[in-house]
Design a binder for this molecule. Structure first.
Ligand SMILES: NC(=O)c1ccc[n+]([C@@H]2O[C@H](COP(=O)([O-])OP(=O)(O)OC[C@H]3O[C@@H](n4cnc5c(N)ncnc54)[C@H](O)[C@@H]3O)[C@@H](O)[C@H]2O)c1
Length: 421
């Protein structure tokens, strides 16, 4: 890449922002990353990563070559050609969209915005955010969106822990305020990504992301509901799903589990529910899926109680070892993890809970530390509850040494002491 290579600014160096920064840097595009947390900035500048998908030995050469630099200073963002916003979009205490980080970033950016810069929002949000919320704040600069600076939305599709699709190879949807905004965004992303999918407006791009997440939430809820019914009917739902998946068309397998977790699927659909109210519309699939998925931890704990009961034991006073507290396999992210709810429910009924997770050393909010999965530890617990099926766990050893296992992920081989979801 020549010295005239465009410089990209990535705002928010988390699960989304850091892989994005690495993808551009690996394509030879210099990246300036901005984060509010000084310790993260310091770690990145030292070539040390805190995001598993970007190991330090991948980050360090990029930092050393000057292709990635991190800062906390908004003034530095004036230097970049494109500003890509990857900030959190959680729900507030009333389960309504909390856009404060994104809108706060726009306020910081506005007085520093330059003629000709491109601004792209990547954070998941409801349709209309880019045009109706972001543009007016950025236009306080005196510059007009779509005329003096380009503005677009491009949803992030990263799936932490996935290795078969990367930031580079996953097609990137972009929708600009004007065709020229779309073209500018496509041009920048085309430097680091193999396939760019241009859509007509930011609203189409915003809704695309929500459709993808709602599709997952609804399908997971469907199999979770069937799992509960099959449990009652004595039918093995996993066998049913495997058999259905042999149909070569018109079916896509989803697996049941202890409930949804992470920063996306449990949260994003409710951005649309909130926005839909403005249009006097109720998003019933989203609500129903949320309800079914959120009931899974309680169903799983009931299963633990039944398993103990079959041995004339009560949960009250039993030692319970939860295996896996991250919200899904091979990641260290515990945000919204169903394991937390399961731990709380177990403890509320008198369970003495400990946990093992090779990715999560401590659960400070629960005052717990990961314990090793030794034969002695397994034997010292009344029941092992498998919540997250990280690779590399010795499932055979669990079955061999634990008196009782409740497997919520179909990770453990079938055995007389194993109860399965
Ligand atoms: N994590 C995923 O798998 C995933 C996938 C697709 C889309 N998304 C979406 O991408 C967005 C970002 O998610 P994430 O998982 O990367 O979040 P994250 O919490 O991992 O990262 C956000 C980063 O922004 C920083 N930050 C927060 N407020 C800031 C501020 N005001 N100024 C500067 N920096 C600030 C934080 O320190 C953090 O490093 C969200 O909208 C999310 O829904 C996430």
């Amino acid at each position: 890449m020549s010295a005239a290579a465009p410089r990209v600014g990535v705002i928010g160096l988390g699960y989304v922002g850091l892989p994005l920064a690495a993808a551009f840097a690996e394509a030879g595009v210099p990246v300036l990353g901005l984060d509010a947390i000084q310790s993260k900035v310091d770690q990145i500048n030292a070539g040390r990563s805190y995001i598993e998908d970007i190991p330090s030995d991948r980050l360090a050469p990029l930092t050393a070559a000057g292709l990635i630099r991190a800062t906390t200073s908004w003034d530095d963002i004036r230097q970049v050609d494109a500003v890509l916003i990857c900030l959190p979009t959680p729900l507030d205490e009333h389960r309504e969209p909390d856009l404060s980080a994104v809108l706060g970033a726009a306020e910081s950016l506005a007085p520093r915005l330059r003629q000709g810069q491109l601004v792209v929002l990547e954070s998941t949000t409801y349709p209309g955010t880019t045009r109706d919320e972001l543009a007016p704040i950025l236009e306080r600069s005196g510059l007009r969106a779509g005329r003096d600076f380009a503005l677009a939305y491009s949803p992030e599709r990263v799936d932490p822990g996935r290795v078969d699709w990367t930031t580079r190879t996953t097609p990137k949807v972009v929708g600009g305020l004007t065709p020229e905004c779309t073209r500018r965004a496509a041009e920048i992303y085309g430097l680091a990504m193999d396939t760019i999918v241009e859509v007509s407006t930011p609203e189409v791009a915003e809704m695309t992301k929500l459709l993808e997440n709602i599709f997952r939430s609804v399908n997971i809820a469907l199999v979770n509901e069937l799992a509960v019914l099959c449990d009652r009917m004595g039918i093995d739902v996993w066998d049913v799903i495997d058999a259905a998946a042999t149909k070569p068309f018109g079916y896509m397998p989803f697996r049941p589990g202890p409930g949804l977790g992470g920063h996306c699927i449990p949260i994003d659909p409710f951005y649309l529910t909130w926005k839909a109210r403005e249009f006097d519309f109720h998003t019933e699939f989203i609500e129903l899926a949320g309800k079914i998925n959120s009931q899974m931890p309680a169903f799983c704990v009931a299963k633990v109680i039944r398993a103990l009961n079959s041995r004339r034991q009560s949960l009250n006073g039993s030692r319970v070892l939860v295996v896996g507290v991250a919200y899904k396999k091979n990641v260290n992210d515990t945000r919204e993890s169903p394991a937390l709810r399961i731990i709380d429910l177990l403890a509320a009924d008198g369970g003495i809970v400990s946990y093992h997770d090779g990715y999560v050393a401590t659960l400070a909010t629960r005052g717990l530390e990961s314990v090793p999965l030794s034969a002695e530890t397994l034997a010292a617990h009344d029941v092992i509850v498998v919540v997250t099926d990280h690779d590399g766990i010795d499932w055979e050893r669990i079955v061999a040494h634990a008196p009782l296992v409740v497997d919520l992920r179909r990770a453990v081989p079938d055995a007389p002491n194993v109860w399965r979801l």
